[in-house]
Design a protein around this ligand. Structure first.
Ligand SMILES: Nc1nc2c(c(=O)[nH]1)N[C@@H](CN(C=O)c1ccc(C(=O)N[C@@H](CCC(=O)O)C(=O)O)cc1)CN2
Ligand SMILES: NCC(=O)N[C@@H]1O[C@H](COP(=O)([O-])[O-])[C@@H](O)[C@H]1O
Length: 191
């Protein structure tokens, strides 16, 4: 069984879709939810789904062992970032190189990097009068939003769109594609 940890900092709508997708899966199990924000919605999802949680704190994450030992103790071999808002440190990237993916709510390489998360991304895209936006699913390396792209999908931006309405379009794309793309990546590692 391939045991997967989902890292999330917020509401967890992507985490819920991924949990739903793998619920009866024969070879992949969502085994751990890792969160850095006490009270985050994703923690309520984990409790409802009876999935163990790991609440991480800054010092150990960035200057300690990066929680590598804790992840290994849970027999985790793949990590999915689903709205996780801290930079994965080099030691954790190295320990799981090629086995960490992230979803970004824009068409990288534009609108990525430090400060580019959540509504900040959608506001920048709207401000730039872009005609389209979308999602990027990519491998995670030591830099923000720099790892090689796995998948992208686009949506049209209309003149009446706001950051809030764009966020709804982006969430719809995320929920439609992230679970399936994650499964394809995980299973190709197995083959
Ligand atoms: N090593 C990597 N770590 C992370 C990546 C990555 O590609 N490589 N992706 C991010 C997710 N992300 C965009 O997809 C992202 C998340 C957060 C930020 C950001 O600027 N964060 C703030 C802190 C915010 C907070 O603590 O609430 C910051 O670093 O100052 C940028 C991009 C996940 N990790
Ligand atoms: N740059 C990282 C970033 O902005 N990630 C974004 O956070 C949201 C989390 O929503 P969720 O908690 O409902 O899954 C998602 O839209 C995801 O793309």
């Amino acid at each position: 069984m391939i045991k997967v940890a989902i890292f999330a900092s917020g509401a967890g709508s992507n985490a819920q879709k991924i949990i739903d997708h793998f619920r009866e899966h024969s070879s992949v199990k969502i085994s751990l939810i890792v969160c850095n924000k006490p009270g985050a919605g994703v923690l309520q999802i984990a409790e409802k789904e009876n999935i163990p949680t790991l609440l991480i704190e800054k010092e150990q994450f960035f200057r300690g062992d990066n929680y590598v030992h804790a992840l290994k103790a849970h027999d985790i071999s793949f990590i999915i970032l689903a709205g996780f808002l801290w930079k994965i440190p080099g030691g954790l990237v190295e320990a799981f190189r090629g086995h960490i993916i992230n979803i970004h709510p824009a068409l990288l390489p534009k609108y990525g990097g430090k400060g580019m998360y959540g509504q900040f991304v959608h506001a920048a895209v709207i401000e730039a009068a872009e005609k389209e936006s979308g999602i990027t699913i990519h491998y995670v390396d030591e830099q923000y939003d720099h790892g090689s792209t796995i998948f992208q999908a686009t949506c049209e931006i209309t003149p009446d769109d706001t950051p809030e309405t764009l966020a709804q379009k982006i969430h719809a794309l995320e929920h439609a594609h992230f679970p399936r793309v994650a499964e394809e990546v995980i299973l190709q590692l197995k083959s």
